[in-house]
Write a protein that binds this ligand. Structure first.
Ligand code: ADP
Length: 392
């Protein structure tokens, strides 16, 4: 069972408004977003521009009360643990206080500007960065990025997911972020907490219907802002969905962060392989270890249960062998995978009932396990002496 907006709205009717009545009937609840066990509630205690701003104590106390009520009701409904954030906005929609998940601790306020970044990854609090690249678009790079991130999170790791595909961000759809609003606190982007993953995407910062036209340096600037100005907190892995290809933009992106390694996604056809070889070579030239190759859309499982090799199964595996790269596994063409991506529910890919059978969950779990293994090897090898890449 997971949280729903209507359910949360009903629970919030039990929270008293400081001036009488409950917060729902007083019109203080501006927006509710829910996904899985994660929810955020946006509140306001000012109705017009002339209303005085409530005191910080009032907002924090009310946030705490909302947290208590929702948590208790969720537990009574068998939904736990939950992650809840409550934010208060002024009449212009500007966030003026936040409690719960992602809120700064009252006793030690977050610094306004991120401190000089000291961790091995170059992003404070982030242990490892994994870039997911592909030689060409449409091979399933975003799909694999999302499922790797969700799979790693399901194994208990703290995972972030950065949609670096700034030209065509797919994460809002694939993670079901449509109903949620991006929040910024003290100059830092607050990641969305969905499917156990902390996600950030350009798609939630710009108009979804407008084409995103970035020139080289702008693209690079936008990407670094997303990576470095997000309040990631402590992360074991930050997965980055790079733009496709080996052009200037993916190249500078891969170069501007200290990556532990890269994953190359490829379909089995010869033409896709040729592009994937170029992507793998790009990482190697940058001194970034290729953690492995994933063969997506490897084969198709028909209703008759037979496996059909549409694109020439095994092509990417052979390519990996040829280049001396690890092969992380193959993912079949699967209708449920496509549907779950379109409906923003990647968690459903890990459950046989919602994944069109057990093959997809098994394939994804194998992939995640192999990636974990390669990550462990890479971090052992790199240790403290890993080379630092130039930041342009
Ligand atoms: P890319 O990021 O490489 O451009 P996407 O991940 O956006 O590619 O995938 C393109 C489309 O193909 C999406 O609609 C996605 O749902 C679908 N897709 C990707 N991999 C599979 C698969 N193994 N089975 C079915 N559909 C897939």
């Amino acid at each position: 069972m997971s949280l729903t907006k209507d359910q949360i709205r009903a629970w919030l009717m039990n929270v008293p408004h400081p001036e009488g009545g409950n917060i729902v009937e007083r019109g203080s609840v501006v927006n509710i977003a829910a996904c899985d066990n994660n929810a955020s509630v946006r509140m306001t205690l000012v109705q017009g521009p002339n209303d005085p701003e409530p005191s910080r104590e009032t907002m924090l106390a009310l946030g705490g009360r909302i947290d208590q009520v929702v948590r208790a009701a969720a537990m009574a409904s068998g939904i736990e643990p939950i992650v809840l954030s409550v934010e208060f906005v002024d009449h212009n929609g500007k966030v003026i206080a936040k409690t719960g998940a992602g809120a700064p601790k009252e006793s030690s306020p977050a610094p306004k500007q991120a401190p000089v970044q000291q961790s091995a990854s170059g992003i404070d609090g982030v242990k490892h960065i994994i870039a997911v690249g592909a030689g060409k678009g449409g091979v399933g790079k975003s799909t694999i990025s999302v499922n790797l991130a969700v799979g790693l999170a399901r194994k208990g790791h703290a995972v972030g997911l950065l949609d670096g595909d700034i030209y065509g961000p797919s994460l809002p759809t694939m993670l079901g972020l449509d109903a949620m609003d991006q929040t910024v606190l003290d100059g830092a982007l607050q990641p969305f907490l969905v499917h156990g993953v902390k996600a950030v995407t350009m798609g939630k910062l710009v108009d979804a219907d407008k084409p995103l036209i970035w020139r080289g340096p702008m693209a690079h600037g936008a990407f670094t802002q997303l990576a470095e100005r997000t309040q990631w907190g402590e992360l074991d892995y930050l997965v980055i969905d790079l733009p496709p290809g080996t052009g200037d933009v993916p190249l500078t992106m891969a170069q501007s962060l200290k990556l532990t390694g890269a994953v190359v996604v490829c379909t089995p056809q010869k033409v896709a392989q040729d592009d994937a070889v170029r992507a793998a070579k790009m990482f190697e030239q940058l001194g970034v270890e290729v953690l492995g190759v994933v063969e997506n859309m490897s084969y198709f499982i028909g209703d008759d249960g037979k496996e059909y090799d549409i694109f020439g199964r095994g092509g990417a595996e052979k390519m990996a062998q040829r280049l001396g790269l690890p092969f992380l596994g193959s993912v079949p063409i699967n209708t449920a995978l496509r549907q779950n991506s379109d409906s923003g529910d990647p968690s459903a890919n890990f459950d046989a009932e919602t994944a069109g059978g057990g093959q997809l969950p098994k394939a994804l779990e194998r992939l995640v396990q192999n990636l974990e293994g390669q990550m462990n090897l890479a971090s052992l090898k790199q240790g403290r002496s890993r080379p630092t890449l130039t930041v342009r």
